[in-house]
Design a protein around this ligand. Structure first.
Ligand code: TMP
Length: 211
């Protein structure tokens, strides 16, 4: 059970960016920062933030036979629907800060811009999966595609293994998303070292945290 101060209402913060952008390191640092301040929070992720999602994540990242674009999109959406209902909404209701590693904008960037699926349709499907819940803040960790690709080491999963062109398209997607929704979506320059990126992240988070 989580202890500690709880903000008046929960806050939903999502971390986004291309593979190799460093967002997972940053979200873990933010969790440590909140824990130190005794602010109630949970760290979760998509895909794989719910029990069902753990199974879906394995399929999404490691299934070896062809997966159609629509099937891929629906699997991410199924993961999200389950995650929202059983983990994110309850935590927000308890007044916690929910830190989520990837969410709706990943589907827009990867399946929309990357796989060239219809953006409006994806937005509509996202709305169904989330029951209309929108993050209070989304941080996009923007990094040069070549830099991000170099950071990826070891065996690559299904999406990481897509070529550089795919990753260029989804980076553009994230930049478009940030431009279209400047109130919700903030860009952090993730070409810098871990400490500098974290300083920039904290600046953005503190603006909505009120601590
Ligand atoms: P992760 O490795 O950052 O946890 O993300 C898993 C992979 O899934 C990553 O390559 C991005 C991809 N992804 C999508 O293509 N669409 C989505 O909606 C989500 C949440 C992730």
């Amino acid at each position: 059970m989580q202890t500690g101060k709880t903000p008046k209402r929960g806050l939903f913060i999502t971390f986004e960016g291309a593979d190799g952008c460093g967002k997972t390191t940053q979200i873990e640092l933010l969790k440590e920062y909140l824990d130190k301040k005794n602010i109630a929070n949970i760290l979760t992720r998509e895909p794989g933030g719910s029990d069902l999602g753990v199974h879906l994540r394995k399929i999404l990242l490691h299934y070896e036979n062809p997966v159609s674009n629509a099937a891929e999109t629906f699997l991410y959406l199924a993961d999200r629907a389950q995650h929202i209902e059983y983990k994110i909404k309850p935590a927000l209701k308890e007044g916690k800060i929910v830190l989520c590693d990837r969410h709706t904008d990943s589907t827009l960037a990867y399946q929309g811009y990357g796989r060239e699926q219809n953006l409006d349709e994806i937005k509509h499907l996202n709305k169904i999966a989330t029951q209309g819940l929108v993050p209070d803040l989304t941080i996009v960790f923007d990094v040069e595609t070549e830099v991000a690709q170099k950071r990826l080491q070891g065996e690559k999963d299904r999406l990481e293994a897509e070529g550089i062109e795919f990753h260029r398209k989804l980076r553009k997607g994230y930049l478009d998303i940030a431009e279209n929704e400047p109130e919700r979506v903030k860009i952090v320059n993730a070409n810098q070292n871990i400490e500098r990126v974290f300083q920039d992240t904290i600046k953005v988070v503190e603006e909505i945290l009120n601590v």
